[in-house]
Design a protein. Structure first.
Length: 151
């Protein structure tokens, strides 16, 4: 495993749409392992492939002593609303109140290509939505509606 450099908002790759993953092989596993190590060293909650310069549809989340590898996610259901403070490893030292769904169901694949589904609530739902947005070139500051973010 290796630590990868987390790119910041100035890098245009964060605004691109990631490509679906088709090969569930050693290269993917190495990427996921590197992302996990990078996430642990940065004290973050989640990290998406574009944040390490890779335009693939995958992210990792570490929350509540559990580790999630999410590949080719599709949000299939959301409900409720939750407004809470949010930050991002690619936008250091910026935290803003953002509205997200309170409950989200995501279908995805694991590192071996097995289909999975998870329903998350509260902060976990927020983390899944935040990381999924990265795969579509969306940053949390895009939700600020004419409000400049604070540095």
């Amino acid at each position: 495993m290796a630590t990868r450099k987390i790119i910041t908002q100035e890098n245009e790759i964060l605004r691109k749409i990631s490509k679906p993953i088709k090969n569930f092989d050693e290269d993917l596993w190495e990427l996921l392992d590197d992302m996990k190590e990078t996430l642990e060293k940065s004290n973050g909650v989640g990290l998406a492939c574009p944040q390490v310069g890779v335009l693939k549809r995958a992210f990792v989340i570490s929350l509540n002593n559990a580790y999630f590898e999410v590949i080719n996610p599709k949000i299939v259901k959301t409900s409720g609303k939750n407004v809470a403070q949010e930050g991002c490893l690619s936008i250091p030292n910026v935290y803003e109140e953002i509205e997200r769904p309170n409950v989200v169901t995501i279908d995805f694949e694991d590192r071996y290509g097995n289909p999975m589904s998870i329903t998350a609530t509260d902060f976990m739902a927020r983390a899944f939505c935040h990381e999924n947005d990265h795969l579509n070139g969306i940053l949390f500051i895009d939700y600020l509606k004419n409000k400049p973010f604070k540095k």
